[in-house]
Every structure is written in C-alpha cells, then in structure tokens.
Design a binder for this molecule. Structure first.
Ligand SMILES: CC(C)(COP(=O)(O)OP(=O)(O)OC[C@H]1O[C@@H](n2cnc3c(N)ncnc32)[C@H](O)[C@@H]1OP(=O)(O)O)[C@@H](O)C(=O)NCCC(=O)NCCS
Length: 147
C-alpha cells in the first residue's frame, strides 16, 4: 500500500451505510450513473468498499465482476471536501485486492490520470470501446443534459 493512503482504511459497508452511499453517488450525476438503494444492495454489499470518517461515508467504490476474467470498477467517488488525501487510492487498492482472481480490471472514467497513476493503462491486446455520438435536436439535448 502506498504511503499516502495508510491513514485510511476501506471496509465493506453495512446495510446502515447504503443510504449514504446512494447520496454520495447521486451527488455527482455528471460523472456517475445514479443508483438506488436497491441497486447498491443487488450488487452485493461485499463488492463495495467505503471509507468512513467519524461514521460518515466519505468515499465509495464497487467491483462488478462480469466473468472470472473481467471486472469493472464502478460508482467510485470521494466527497469533494475529502479529495486529494488518499481516500480514493485506498478504496481502489482494496477493490483491486478483491479482484485478485480476475485477470483484467477496467474502468470507464473521466479521470484517466488518477487511474493511470494507479497502475491502469491501455491494454493493446484487449477489445476497444468505441462510441457513436447520436445526433439530437435541441429539445432532446436539453433532456440529455438533465439526465
Ligand atoms: C477520482 C476520485 C475518486 C479520486 O479520489 P481522491 O480521494 O481525491 O483520490 P486520492 O486522494 O487518492 O488521489 C487524488 C490525487 O491526490 C493525490 N494525493 C493523494 N494523497 C495526497 C496527499 N496526502 N497529499 C497530497 N496529494 C495527495 C494523489 O497523488 C492523486 O493525484 P493524481 O490525481 O495526480 O493521481 C475523486 O476525484 C472523485 O470522486 N471524482 C469525482 C467522481 C469521479 O470522477 N469518479 C471516477 C469515475 S470512475
């Protein structure tokens, strides 16, 4: 574990933490897909990690296993006032330990530098994710922004 993240520990959440996890994820609809309590529980609490400070969930992340080979880091967020202190790193390190039997762990992110600094990179032998941007009229664009 890196020096900067030693002061925090990431733990499996309890049922009582689910509401705070959902609030944290839904506080940033620009970067994260909103979640309901049911979705968090359906993904199994054992696949989540949280960092709690003074009983408050200040960061969370989830490992979604698609197969024995591939898993994805999802719903990964740290409360803005607790960022750049190592909380995200400790959650990521813990999730990667949970994924030890998976050969590949990927993330879809708008913060590639954070993951690149934490051992993620482009993997030339893997498939590519390609995007097709749909053409929408003005009223559709407004709806998309709200979504
Ligand atoms: C991405 C995110 C989870 C990172 O969380 P974080 O707690 O800020 O992460 P860390 O503190 O471990 O690392 C962030 C930076 O602070 C630096 N840092 C960590 N501890 C530090 C310390 N004690 N002092 C100074 N800098 C520190 C890290 O080196 C890192 O730098 P980098 O971004 O250049 O690599 C957070 O920015 C976030 O919630 N973003 C919005 C949601 C999002 O985009 N999620 C990703 C979607 S997959």
């Amino acid at each position: 574990m890196s020096q900067k993240s030693r002061q925090f520990s990431a733990v499996k959440p309890k049922m009582i933490d689910v509401a705070q996890i959902v609030d944290l994820i839904n506080s940033d609809p620009t970067h994260l897909i909103p979640r309901t309590k049911q979705e968090v529980v359906k993904l199994r609490l054992s696949s989540w990690r949280v960092v709690k400070i003074d009983n408050k969930v200040v960061g969370c992340g989830c490992l979604e296993k698609y197969s024995e080979r591939i898993a994805e880091i999802r719903s990964f967020i740290v409360m803005s006032e607790y960022r750049s202190k190592g909380v995200g790193t400790v959650i990521l390190e813990n999730l990667l330990r949970c994924a030890q039997e998976n050969q590949l762990v990927f993330v879809v992110t708008s913060r590639p530098s954070f993951f690149q600094n934490n051992s993620f990179g482009f993997f030339s032998q893997e498939k590519y994710i390609l995007f097709h941007e749909q053409k929408h009229n003005q009223s559709n664009k407004k709806l998309l922004k709200m979504g």
